[in-house]
Design a protein around this ligand. Structure first.
Ligand code: NCC
Length: 276
């Protein structure tokens, strides 16, 4: 198999992946009584275009990074799951434009999805590990976590907050790109929120800076910057094909290697900014 260069990889990703979200007119959702709670428009037509964006991984290596000011200087900032800013501003900033959450966070009691103020700023985007077929009826009847029941409850509590759900086709298109560019077979689980969010932002922004997805000199087994829990699998992956995602991001990086080492910072062009 031919190993693609960085620019070739970027063009392939741009060509083969489309950010798709569920809309109220999409079958079979359109037939459900709560269909009108779904957005009428696609995420990509509601948000963006944006200039400079930051994607903030939740990695433990953000601790003592002092990156907060730099992160907040971007036009839009994406965060993940239950990652807080309060108390960690110096290292991760305080701006949250978008929060990408997995369905486990929406459904498990411990994350207090319906009651915590953590989720109420910015735009919410959720995803659930759907069957590889991306068949919507099959998924609807057998989600990994009860994403739709929780979505309806949250929408009733916060009707004004924009809240999108990613179409499973998007997660598997991204997975396919990871697989196509690796020599070996990777696990058939969807990519991590971090990588899904990075590709999503590449579709909305002119330039995307990803922080501590590729670990810096601060690399640690501390799983999250906000929790005292140690597990190297958080950085290397177990369920998600995280190591392979990171390999791709490393190849697509347009910033200096030194920036990874010192700042844990990768620079990726937005899809609209590349000529293929
Ligand atoms: O850990 P998580 O992700 O919330 O982290 C968000 C994204 O940051 C990148 N990351 C994180 C930690 C680390 N040491 N290195 C990293 O590179 C990854 O790209 C990651 O996606 C998820 O992808 O949704 C994940 O969610 C957690 C968990 O569900 C939520 O944090 C809520 O607690 C998963 N952990 C477990 O199921 C135990 C995790 O596997 C992936």
């Amino acid at each position: 198999r031919l190993k693609l260069s960085g620019p070739e990889l970027l063009c392939q990703l741009k060509r083969k992946v489309e950010v798709l979200s569920l809309t109220s007119d999409l079958h079979p959702f359109s037939m459900l009584p709560w269909a009108s709670q779904l957005p009428a428009q696609q995420l990509t037509s509601e948000l963006g275009p944006l200039k400079s964006c930051a994607v903030v991984s939740s990695a433990g290596s953000l601790r003592h990074s002092g990156l907060g000011k730099e992160i907040d200087s971007h036009d839009a900032v994406m965060r993940f799951n239950a990652a807080p800013t309060s108390g960690f501003e110096k290292d991760v900033g305080s701006k949250t434009t978008m929060r990408l959450i997995n369905s486990q966070v929406m459904a498990s009691e411990e994350y207090r999805f319906l009651s915590s103020s953590l989720y109420s700023s910015g735009v919410l985007v959720a995803w659930d590990p759907a069957p590889f077929s991306s068949d919507l009826t099959q998924w609807l009847n057998r989600t990994d976590y009860p994403i739709f029941a929780q979505y309806q409850r949250y929408r009733r509590l916060h009707p004004q907050q924009p809240f999108f759900i990613l179409h499973p086709r998007f997660e598997w298109q991204v997975w396919q790109q990871v697989q196509e560019n690796m020599a070996e077979s990777i696990q058939k689980n969807p990519p991590s929120s971090g990588f899904l969010g990075t590709v999503l932002m590449m579709s909305l922004c002119e330039v995307v800076h990803v922080y501590e997805f590729l670990p810096s000199k601060r690399k640690t087994e501390l799983c999250h910057y906000y929790q005292h829990f140690y597990d190297a699998a958080c950085t290397l992956g177990a369920y998600h094909p995280l190591l392979y995602e990171k390999n791709l991001v490393k190849r697509m990086n347009q910033g200096a290697d030194r920036d990874i080492y010192t700042h844990g910072r990768v620079t990726l062009p937005g899809f609209n900014a590349i000529n293929c």
